[in-house]
Design a protein around this ligand. Sequence first.
Ligand code: K1U
Ligand code: ZN
Length: 175
Amino acid sequence: MALREIIILPDKRLREISKPVAEVTSEIRKLADDMFESMYDAPGIGLAAIQIAEPVRLITMDLVRKEGNGASEPRAFINPEVIGSSAELNIYEEGCLSIPEYYAEVERPKTVRIRYTDLDGNVKEEDADGLFATCIQHEIDHLNGVLFVDHISKLKKAMVVRKFEKAAKRGIKYV
Ligand code: K1U
Ligand code: ZN
């Protein structure tokens, strides 16, 4: 396992569309291991491969570890897609490891049905609700080059983008 650097706004690679994983190889499992280590270290509850500059459709997630009680439930999603979503919406205050220390309310479908491949190569379908629904939609957005600030008002987005552009010019690094 290796700790990898998480890329930060305005890094243009965050806007890349990630490529499908053709086969679950040892390289993909190693990449997932690196992602878990980097996600736990950040700390975060989810991570898309593009956030460590790997443009492939792979997501890691652990919604349990955040409770800090020693429990964990690491999950990996390969080529995940939303195949159905509820008309009912839900608002959640989101954060992003690629936009550190900025949080904003985002409205998304309350529940989604997803299809993905697991690390053993099995194709699965599952219903997601609550934080799982929010997080998987946020991470699938990353695979399509979409950031949560694309879902907030133009004014708020312009302010946060400008803040990170200025920080990048001054060489300020968020750790
Ligand atoms: O994709 C990412 O940048 C990770 C992001 C996932 C996410 C959080 C909230 C709503 C939607 C998606 C994060 O993990 S931000 C950090 C975070 O939420 C957190 C960190 C430590 C403890 C608890 C939560
Ligand atoms: Zn994010």
